[in-house]
Every structure is written in structure tokens, then in C-alpha cells.
Write a protein that binds this ligand. Sequence first.
Ligand SMILES: Cc1cc2nc3c(=O)[nH]c(=O)nc-3n(C[C@H](O)[C@H](O)[C@H](O)COP(=O)(O)OP(=O)(O)OC[C@H]3O[C@@H](n4cnc5c(N)ncnc54)[C@H](O)[C@@H]3O)c2cc1C
Length: 485
Amino acid sequence: MPNTTVVGAGLGGLATAIRLQNRGHQVTVFEQADGVGGKMGQFEQNGFRFDTGPSLFTMPQYVDELLAFAEDPVLFDKIKLDTVCHYFWNDGTTLSASSNTDKFDENAHLALGIPRGTILKVLKDCKIKYDLSGSIFLENSLHKWKTWFNVDVLKALMQLPRLDIFSTMNSANQQLCSNPKLLQFLGRFATYNGSDPYQAPGILNMIPHFEHNVGTFYPTKGIFSIAESLYLTAKKLGVQFNFQHSVDSILVEGKEAKGVVVSGKKIASDYVVCNMDVNLAYPRLLKNQKQPKRILNQEKSTSAIIFYWGIAKSFDELDLHNILFSNNYPLEFKCLSLGKITDDPTLYINITSKITKTDAPQGMENWFVMINAPADNNQNWDEIVTKLRKNVINKINKNLNTKIEENIVCERILTPPDIEKTTFSHKGALYGTSSNSPLSAFMRHPNFSQNIKKLFFCGGSVHPGGGIPLALLSAKIVDKIISDG
Ligand SMILES: Cc1cc2nc3c(=O)[nH]c(=O)nc-3n(C[C@H](O)[C@H](O)[C@H](O)COP(=O)(O)OP(=O)(O)OC[C@H]3O[C@@H](n4cnc5c(N)ncnc54)[C@H](O)[C@@H]3O)c2cc1C
């Protein structure tokens, strides 16, 4: 039975541990924090429960696949949402994105004045992009020749113009519609991997397919219950976990990974899988090895500032997922590219107590208010947060006609440096490198080392990218490469 060490118990690490243990390896996980989940964490404060990181859950089949490996998995309850998201604009326009695409189309016609059928046409285009290229780009290593010699690739090549690889997301969307609010809605999906719709390639317009054609889900005990159920299932399969154990280095002998060093102690293994952000793993765990500089020097994805607020009031006009859009979207992304945040940023408000009533005291709500922020480059975050807090409060007050500051009964704030400190994510970037260039998919670090045998990489900083579904798919690719030998 091969021994395998996994560095980190984020989603990629948990998923890899389950897959390899199921394949007959004895897997041991080392995690520097005191529990699993990495960016997917939770905390409680003054009677409110908050998920720390991800809040939007799509493609649950990738979690179900993992749980199915155990005879008696620890399952988590989930529901499919009827309303995907509520959108608000400063001029008073609101749009409810129903999970029923016909209803969403009608709502968009009434709210934005766009011709009936526009939403359906746009969502069809997203599906075509996913059907043509999703499995090639998301479920296979782009760095293995085998991926490129099959019928699916030929089909995709024959339809290359439909993939919009060489246009930006925004310009590709302009071919389908012209309404500025609809373009803003569609551009927003670039932020799902920390990118910019005015730079990122049009192929990323497949992202809304997950949310609107396949569906948006919510685990009824909160997002953290996904990590918890993967952890408990991994333990049932026999995976060994060591918390508060930071890996200091990866042992390499004769160009082959031989294990890890934890607190000065060598721990031998046949394979090593690294779930630590690859941008920090090289300088910290593989100091004496050749550094893939071109990959590591790439632009980072965006980070975020989050206000976790206990709110002593209930807002009927808000749902689980809510977006309050900025007035000037191009300016918002221009500011991010310059390392700044605009004075009128787009706000995302997630309120899990809308569904999980125990997440807040009765009559109150747990608000997770997230603003896209640049990755950390030693900005003065205290100054940025003070100014941003005022702007956020003003925007909420105007959009919801309220005085929200009077209702904030508890608060915690998360900044890009906090994200780096707690989850070892380089510069606090949420999704590793940005996807702002047409070749960005090829510029992510592969799921294996090209110089060191038996060393593999999983998680949101490597191929196929960040976000819950893709971090889980990175583990599937690692498993496939190891089993192919
Ligand atoms: C604020 C925020 C909002 C987000 N929103 C969404 C969303 O709505 N939907 C979505 O799909 N995705 C979202 N994401 C992205 C998603 O959370 C991540 O892509 C995904 O969780 C990353 O998983 P990962 O496998 O890369 O591991 P990570 O979560 O990065 O975990 C890596 C783990 O490795 C551990 N580690 C690192 N170095 C060492 C070491 N040397 N020794 C031991 N342990 C180590 C860390 O402590 C950590 O636990 C969000 C992320 C954040 C932060």
C-alpha cells in the first residue's frame, strides 16, 4: 500500500485524500490550522454564525462523487435555490434572478426593458461554451499530451470562434446584448475567479451556465458543512489527520519527492500532494528546487474585504445572495488593477440566516458583506478599510433606504493580509493567479511537478483554477495522473 502525504486540508486536499485513500493509498494529511476547510471556514460571534469564505455553491455533484466512495458517508443536506440572486442598482432598478430560466427571462424583460428571450439566448451561449470545452479544460491536465488527442478537442477546434478565446468577456457579451445593466450582470461572473470582465477571455462566459442552467445550491447547515462532511467521510475511509502541524519543507532526493519535514522531523512517503498555494509552496517548501518563475510571477487574482456584521433587524427585500452594483463597472476594475478600491464598489451581501434560522438570534440577520479588493501589495489596509466602511454603509443606506449603522451589533473584518495569514494564500488572492489573458488556463501551474517525480499539486492556485468546483476537480485530475502511472 503506497503512503501519501497531503499538505493542507483545504477542499483540494480533502478531495485528494478521499480519492487516493479510496484507491488504496494510506493518506496522511498535515494541516497548519486547528481544523479542516482552509478558506472554507466558519466562526461564531455574539450568537451569530458566519461562513468565513465561499458562500455560493454550484456543481454539488463533485462533492457527491467524493462522498459516494464511502459505504456510510457523512452526508450534508442541501437545497436547490428558487431565487439565485437579487440585484440592485443605484437608480432603484432591482432584478430577481429566478432559477427558472423562463421566469428569469421575463423578470429581466420587465426590470431592464430588454427584449423577451435575451436571457435565454445568453444562457444558451454559456451552455454551448461549457459543452464544447468544459470537460477538456476543467477535467483534464492541460499538460499531458493525452488530453489533446481525442474527438472532444477536435469538436471544440471546429467551433473555435464560438469559444471567444481571443475576445474579452465584455466584448463577447456585447455581441449578444447591449443593455448596460445586463452587460454588468454578465461581467460580474469574471469575479468568480478573481478576474476582470474587460480583460478576461470570453470563454469564461461559460461560468453563468453552472449557476443558471445547472442550478445554485445551499447546504442547509451552512457552507462549512461541506468541508465537515468531507473530513468526517475521509476519516471513515481511514485518512489520518494531523492538525496544527505546519509542513516546513518537502523532501526531495534525486529528483523524486520522498516525504515532508514537519517541526524538524522527516516523515517519509511514496507520494506528496501539496494543497498549499503553489505561489508560497515553492519559496517555502521547495526552497532549493528550480522555481517556475514565469508561473509564479503572474498577476494574482483579486482578493476581498469582508465585513461580517450581526444585524439587529430583518430585511424582507434581501435574500440569501444579493448584489448591489456600482455605477461605473469599468472604473471599479480599473481601480482594482491599480491596487485600489473605487468609492462606489459593488457589494455582495450573503445572509445565511434567511434559510438557516439558527445562524442569527430571532429577528436578526448575519450579514457577510464582501467587496472585491486587490491582492495585498503592502497597501495601507487600515486606511482603506476605514474609508470603505463609510462608503459601504452609505451605499446600503441609499439602496435599502435604511440606517444600517444603527443595526450593526457585532462586527469582524477580514482583509487580504488576514486571508494570507490564516490560509497561507499568497497576497490574500482568493483564486491564485488571475485569468485575465487568453492563455491564462495554460499559465496555471500543472497538477504535477515537471521536475520532481511523485510530487503533485491540488487546490485553487493550480489547474483548473479557484472556486469550490474547480478545487475539487484539481483532486480528480491528480488522482487520474497518479493512477495512470
Ligand atoms: C472570501 C472568499 C470568498 C469566496 N467565495 C467563493 C464562493 O462563493 N464560491 C466558490 O466556489 N468559491 C469561493 N471562494 C474560493 C474557494 O473558497 C477556494 O477556491 C477554495 O476553498 C480553495 O480550496 P483549496 O483547496 O485551494 O484550499 P485552501 O482553502 O487554500 O486551503 C489550503 C489549506 O492548506 C493549509 N496549509 C497551507 N500551507 C500549509 C503548510 N505548509 N502546512 C500545513 N498546512 C498548510 C492551509 O492552512 C489551508 O487549510 C472564496 C474564497 C474566499 C477566501
